[in-house]
Design a binder for this molecule. Sequence first.
Ligand SMILES: CC(C)(COP(=O)(O)OP(=O)(O)OC[C@H]1O[C@@H](n2cnc3c(N)ncnc32)[C@H](O)[C@@H]1OP(=O)(O)O)[C@@H](O)C(=O)NCCC(=O)NCCS
Length: 260
Amino acid sequence: MEKKKWRTAISWHFDGEAYVRGYNLAELIGNLTFTEAIYLVLKGELPTNRERKMLDGIFVAMVEHSIAPPSVIAARAVASGGNSLHVGVGAGVLAFGDAHGGALEGAMRFYQENADRDVEEVVREYLENGKRIPGFGHRYYKDYDPRSKRICELAKEIGYFGKYCRFAQQVEEWIEKIKGKKLVMNVDGSIGAVLSEMGFDWRMGKGFFIIGRVPGLVAHVYEELVMEKPFSKRLDEEKEVEYLGEKPKKLPDSFKNRRL
Ligand SMILES: CC(C)(COP(=O)(O)OP(=O)(O)OC[C@H]1O[C@@H](n2cnc3c(N)ncnc32)[C@H](O)[C@@H]1OP(=O)(O)O)[C@@H](O)C(=O)NCCC(=O)NCCS
């Protein structure tokens, strides 16, 4: 058969109806939870109850985490510029990077590439080269991240606390031993370990954060649009900004009255 330009194994139409990963979409409605449908579309198969329960917990852990993070600042600032909901939410998603949200992908990659190595050696390699270990450290949580605590408990309860989770816990311990300072396993660190236990490829990591956090971004942009005046996200230069530039100075005469 001739190889066509585009290829997909995700969904197709048969006899006028849509099929997702081989299942009739209409039949899935009312029979699958949203999380089960997400699992099906991402993994290509129906989840077991355990898989659904774990993934449900993961999405709940990621759904929202205050007005403070860069993605919410970006989303609300863009909305306050007079843009519609999808533009603000898109701006929030674009703010996900290595330090926020994208750390989930980094953590999954870190575990999947290193979990069979000696943990002390791996941690030393990062710290001695001034490299940040994705999934560890937090601006607000300094003792423990309550989301990670609960994710690890849930993983233990339903049998997902395996080699990646143990490795993650040891990384946290070794960072403290070597650095003399605790850098908590944050939500990306714990979720990255559990998603690795569930067999997800690290290259899908950012996708999980996007799926989990978009509801929070929608709520924030909606709130900005209905509760605040346009342009509300303008900084007060005097109160909020430190000016580090030049004092006012004269433009040289040679730049004035020129024919350009
Ligand atoms: C989240 C983060 C930005 C918080 O940074 P922070 O508030 O500046 O961190 P702290 O003040 O607690 O710690 C700063 C010190 O720890 C180090 N550090 C912080 N996170 C580190 C990490 N993940 N790996 C190695 N070292 C780290 C810093 O280099 C700094 O070292 P120094 O004191 O020797 O200069 C940071 O921990 C980080 O980049 N983590 C990795 C990315 C990540 O997991 N992000 C998801 C957050 S939910």
